[in-house]
Design a protein. Structure first.
Length: 246
């Protein structure tokens, strides 16, 4: 996480030693006029090492293995820094910064939710985002509101639309409670992690459940089917961060 101003291929650039993949990497910032020059210089220097281009989908797959969040999914204004597991980046001893009061309040009260990473026993589809996270628990954590009766429908595995209205059966709410299971959170993003060869997801669950990595506690609903899922506390790729340090 070091930073330097330097010339890259003869172009003035700002270079940040930071990685979004778990491997050693750099972010290089320059004026748009220099972009092609810098790109060609990197490609020429890396030719003997077999350098290749890769796209955003590959990048997003690799960051799942490292449990890195992404903007507009895991990191949004509706989540606090402690909910987003960004504790290490918050320095409350600073005199002032934007959002300091909200961060101090969240730290004092404790986050209600926590961002977690899941390994999913997916069948023929991975998560895309916004899938329900079910847990086998005996109480309501207040993390999910009852259905409001409008919006896009949900479907069962046969393609039949599920009812939106609350059920009067034993006071349970259709679509949120199913016997000992209830919806406690939601998926923010995920997909297939190609290096570790596992389906993965990130999402938010009640803080009281965020450290429970036991099997059989969670299921994630994908296209109407609930698939077993388990919280992983450590990144599956280079958990100690040795690859990022070079």
């Amino acid at each position: 996480m070091d930073f330097r101003e330097m010339a890259v291929g003869g172009a003035p650039a700002m270079v940040n030693r930071i990685s979004y993949t778990g491997d050693l990497g750099y972010e290089i910032w320059m004026a748009p006029a220099y972009q092609r020059l810098v790109y060609q210089a990197i490609k020429a220097a890396g030719e003997e090492f077999g350098i290749v281009d890769f796209g955003m989908r590959a990048l997003l797959s690799m960051r799942l293995e490292k449990n890195f969040p992404t903007w507009f999914r895991e990191l949004r204004p509706i989540y606090g820094p402690y909910e987003g597991s960004l504790d290490r980046f918050v320095r409350m001893e600073k005199n002032d910064f934007i959002g300091r009061e909200a961060a101090a309040r969240e730290r004092a009260e404790g986050p209600k939710l926590r961002r977690v990473s899941f390994v999913v026993d997916a069948a023929d589809a991975d998560v895309m985002g916004d899938e329900p996270v079910w847990a086998k628990v005996d109480r309501d954590f207040g993390s999910v509101e009852p259905p409001h009766g409008y919006g896009a429908p949900r479907f069962d595995p046969t393609g039949k639309a599920l009812e939106k209205s609350p059920s009067s059966d034993a006071g349970t709410i259709h679509g949120i409670v199913d016997g000992p299971w209830r919806v406690v959170g939601w998926v923010t993003s995920g997909g297939y992690a190609h290096y570790v060869r596992q389906s993965m997801a990130q999402g938010y669950v009640p803080a009281d459940l965020a450290d429970d990595d036991s099997a059989g506690l969670f299921e994630i609903e994908i296209l109407g089917r609930r698939q077993p899922a388990r919280i992983v506390k450590e990144p599956l790729f280079a958990p100690a961060g040795e690859r990022m340090r070079g």
